[in-house]
Design a protein around this ligand. Structure first.
Ligand code: WT7
Length: 657
C-alpha cells in the first residue's frame, strides 16, 4: 500500500497485490460491473453455476412475478452443507484443516474437513432420528464452538431452518424468538466460557421455556462444554448421547433454492424483532462469492472473523462462506481482553493469521488498551503473517482506520470496510483488496452486481456530494426473502410505497464523494441504534423499560455518539413516583439497567438514564426525540421548540442525575 495523495489519503493497492488478486485491478472490477449492467440475470447465473454445486441445475434465474417477494434460481435444488463439506472432501481437501478452534483458556483444537463432515452427518442423523424434518425450525443457543458450526451445518443438511440466538440474549428474548419461529428443538450447551468465567446457557433455556408459549419444543439437545451442574428434564438430551452410534454418513436433503436456510432475528423500528428469512441458494452464492472476492481468499490463507455465530457476520463469514471456499479459519470462544488485551494479537501471531476481520468497536477499545498498557501493544507481537484486514458493523472513524492500518497491518495490508446488513446476507458496498483504492472512513464502491444508490424521499438519485437515502435498485441473490410470519411488515420495512415498492430501503443514510463517487454511510435513518456494532431498536428498549410497571410510567430512548461503542443508549424515564435525585436516582438507574439486561440482554443496558417529571412532547402528545437526542449529546438546544407543550422540561432533563 502506498499513499498516493496525502491530501485525500488515497491508499492504492500495490502492484503485487493487484497481480495476485482474484479481482485484479480496477479494470477487472469495472468489467464485472459492466457485465452485470449489460445482462443482470446472466451475470448472476454465471456466478451461481461457478460457485454453487447444484443437484438439479436451475433454468430460471430471477423471478419477479410476485415482487417484492423475489425468487432466485427457483427450480434449482441443492444442499448447503454438501457445498460446504462434501464438496471439499470430494475435491481432495478432506485432510485440510477447516477450523482451528481456540478455547477461552487457550486450548487449541484442529478439525479437518473429513472430521467436520463426520460430525455434521452424525448430528444430522441424530436430529432426523428425533423427528426433525425439512422445514422445521431449530433454535441454536450455543457458545462459539466447533459444535455451534456443526449444529448449523447439520440443520442445513436435513433442510431444517436454523435460528441462532446470540448467547448474550436473556431468557425473555430467547423465549420470544422460540415462540415466533415455532421451533421444535433448541440446541444449546450447559455453559459457556468467556473471559475465565462460566456463564449459564442451559439454565437460561430452561427459564425461557418456563415462561410459556414454547409448546412446540419437543427436545433440548445439550453440548457438554464445562461439565457445570444443570437441571435435567424428560425432553433434555446430551449431544454426546444423541450422536453416539449414529452413522458417519448422511444423505443430504436436496432442497429448492428458495427453501429457508435460516431465520435470524434483528431489531427494527418497532418493539418486536424481525425474523429475517434467508434462502439457501442465493445466500450461499453470495457468501461464497464475497468471501472469495472481498477477502481474496486463497487456499493457503488462515482466515479469522471475530464475530459470534449469533450475528449474521458469524453466519456468512464463519459458518458458510469460508467453508464453501474450502478455507482454513479460526473459531474463537473467548473475549479480546482475556487473559489480557493482547489476546487477538497473540492469536494472530500463534496461528499465522493472514486475513483478519473485526469490528471498529473492538479496534477502538484495543487502541485504548494498548495506549494504557505497553505490554499489550500490537508492536509486542509478530503480526507479519497478515496480508488483509477487514472492518464491519458500523462506520470506522478515520483515526481508528489509520491505527488499524499502521499498527495491525504494518502499513502494508489493505482494509476492506464492508457495509452490509442482516437482511443483505453478505457484503453490499466494499472495496476489493486488489482493485479499489482506499479512503479511510469510506466503504468505497458497490460489490459488482449490487445496484446501490443514494436517492431523495421520492426515489430520485441525488447528485454526488449530497446526502440522501441508501437504496438498492435491483434485487440480488442473497437478499432477505421475507420477515418470518409477517410478509406485510417485510413490504412496509424494505419496499415502501415512497419508492413505488421498487427499491430496497436499507435504513441507512449515505453520501457519495463528489469526485470519486465513493459511498460513506452516514448512519441509520430509523429508530435503530448501533451499539458496539450491535443493532438495537429504541422501541425495544423502551418496551423493556415500561414493562417494569412497578416503577416506570413512561420512557424514551435515543442514541448519542460514544468514542468506543460508536453509539451509546440514553434513556429518559418518567417514574410512577416523584422524580428522584442524587443517590436515589443512581440506585433506581442501576435497578432499571439490570431490568433491561434481564429483559433483553446486557448489550441493551442503557449507559445513561435520566429522570424527568415528564418528557418533551408536542401539543398532540408526540415525544420530541430530536430534542432528547440533543440533550443526550449535551448540546445547547438551538432547534425550534415552539410546538413543545412543556418547554421547562428541557432544563430539567439537561441536568444530569
Ligand atoms: C447496520 C446493519 C453487517 C453485519 C453486521 C451488522 C451498520 C454495518 C457498516 C459499515 C457503516 C455499517 C449499518 C447497517 N453497518 N456495516 N461497514 N459502515 N455502517 O449487521 O446488525 O444487520 O446491522 O450496521 O447501519 O444498516 P446488522
Amino acid at each position: 500500500m502506498s499513499t498516493s495523495d496525502q491530501e485525500t489519503k488515497l491508499y492504492v493497492p500495490s502492484e503485487a497485490a493487484v497481480k495476485a488478486a482474484h479481482v485484479s485491478g480496477m479494470d477487472a472490477y469495472r468489467k464485472l460491473c459492466d457485465e452485470a449492467d449489460a445482462d443482470y440475470e446472466g451475470y448472476w447465473a454465471r456466478l451461481a453455476r461457478e460457485f454453487v454445486a447444484w443437484k438439479q441445475p436451475f433454468t430460471q434465474v430471477l423471478d419477479e412475478s410476485n415482487a417484492p417477494f423475489f425468487k432466485w434460481f427457483a427450480d434449482g435444488t441443492l444442499n448447503v452443507s454438501y457445498n460446504c463439506l462434501d464438496r471439499n472432501v470430494e475435491q481432495g481437501r478432506g485432510d485440510k484443516v477447516a477450523i482451528i478452534f481456540e478455547a477461552d483458556d487457550g486450548k487449541v483444537t484442529r478439525v479437518t474437513y473429513n472430521e467436520l463432515l463426520t460430525q455434521t452427518s452424525q448430528l444430522a442423523n441424530a436430529l432426523r432420528s428425533m423427528g426433525v424434518k425439512k422445514g422445521d425450525r431449530v433454535v441454536i443457543y450455543m457458545p462459539m464452538s466447533v459444535e455451534g458450526v456443526v449444529a448449523m451445518q447439520a440443520c442445513a443438511r436435513i433442510g431444517a431452518t436454523h435460528s441462532v440466538v446470540f448467547g448474550g440474549f436473556s431468557a425473555q428474548s430467547l423465549r420470544d424468538r422460540i415462540e415466533d419461529a415455532g421451533a421444535v428443538m433448541v440446541i444449546t450447551a450447559d455453559e459457556q466460557m468467556r473471559g475465565g468465567k462460566q456463564l449459564p446457557l442451559k439454565a437460561i433455556v430452561d427459564e425461557a421455556l418456563s415462561l410459556g408459549g414454547c409448546d412446540t419444543i419437543r427436545n433440548v439437545v445439550v453440548y457438554q462444554r464445562t461439565g457445570g451442574k444443570v437441571a435435567w428434564g424428560a425432553r433434555d438430551k446430551w449431544l454426546h448421547d444423541v450422536v453416539a452410534g449414529q452413522a458417519i454418513t448422511c444423505e443430504p436433503e436436496w432442497v429448492e433454492a428458495e427453501h429457508p436456510l435460516f431465520l435470524l432475528y434483528t431489531s427494527g423500528s418497532t418493539g418486536k424483532p424481525k425474523g429475517v428469512q434467508h434462502a439457501g441458494g442465493g445466500y450461499l452464492l453470495h457468501a461464497a462469492l464475497t468471501t472469495k472476492w472481498t477477502f481474496d481468499l486463497k487456499p493457503e490463507d488462515v482466515f479469522w472473523c471475530t464475530a459470534d455465530i449469533g450475528w449474521v457476520t458469524g453466519h456468512t463469514y464463519i459458518a458458510y462462506g469460508p467453508l464453501a471456499n474450502g478455507g482454513t479459519q479460526i473459531v474463537f470462544e473467548g473475549v479480546p481482553t482475556y487473559p489480557d488485551a493482547g489476546r487477538f494479537w497473540k492469536m494472530i501471531q500463534d496461528h499465522k493469521v493472514t486475513i483478519f476481520y473485526t469490528a471498529p468497536t473492538a479496534i477502538r477499545s484495543l487502541i485504548k488498551a494498548a495506549e494504557s498498557n505497553a505490554d499489550v501493544h500490537p508492536r509486542e507481537y509478530d503480526l507479519s503473517s497478515l496480508r488483509l484486514l477487514g472492518s464491519v458493523g458500523e462506520p470506522i472513524n478515520p483515526a481508528a482506520w489509520e491505527w488499524y492500518h499502521l499498527n495491525i497491518g504494518g502499513g502494508r495490508c489493505p482494509i476492506v470496510d464492508t457495509f452490509w446488513q442482516t437482511e443483505t446476507g453478505g457484503h453490499m458496498i466494499t472495496p476489493l483488496p486488489g482493485a479499489t483504492p482506499l479512503v479511510p472512513g469510506s466503504c468505497t464502491l458497490p460489490f459488482p452486481g449490487i445496484m446501490a444508490a443514494v436517492v431523495d424521499e421520492t426515489g430520485k438519485d441525488v447528485p454526488w456530494g449530497q446526502g440522501g437515502i441508501l437504496v438498492v435498485k435491483k434485487p440480488w441473490p442473497s437478499m432477505i426473502r421475507t420477515i418470518w410470519g409477517d410478509p406485510e411488515r417485510f413490504k412496509k420495512s424494505y419496499y415502501p410505497a415512497d419508492f413505488q415498492g421498487k427499491y430496497y430501503l436499507a435504513g441507512d443514510g449515505a453520501i457519495r464523494d463528489a469526485k470519486t463517487g465513493y459511498f460513506t454511510i452516514t448512519g441509520r435513518i430509523d429508530d435503530v441504534l448501533n451499539v458496539s456494532g450491535h443493532r438495537m431498536g429504541t422501541m425495544e428498549i423502551e418496551s423493556a423499560l415500561v414493562s417494569c410497571t412497578e416503577l416506570v410510567a413512561e420512557a424514551a430512548v435515543v442514541g448519542r455518539p460514544d468514542d468506543t461503542t460508536g453509539e451509546a443508549i440514553c434513556a429518559f424515564v418518567v417514574l410512577k413516583r416523584p422524580r428522584p435525585t442524587g443517590e436515589e436516582a443512581r440506585q433506581i438507574a442501576k435497578q432499571l439497567r439490570d431490568w433491561v439486561g434481564k429483559e433483553i440482554g446486557p448489550i441493551a443496558k442503557p449507559k445513561d438514564i435520566r429522570f424527568g417529571d415528564n418528557l418533551p412532547k408536542t401539543r398532540s402528545g408526540k415525544i420530541m426525540r430530536r430534542l432528547l437526542r440533543s440533550i443526550a449529546k449535551g448540546e445547547q438546544i438551538t432547534q425550534d421548540t415552539s410546538t413543545l407543550e412543556n418547554p421547562a422540561i428541557l432544563d430539567q432533563l439537561s441536568q444530569s442525575n
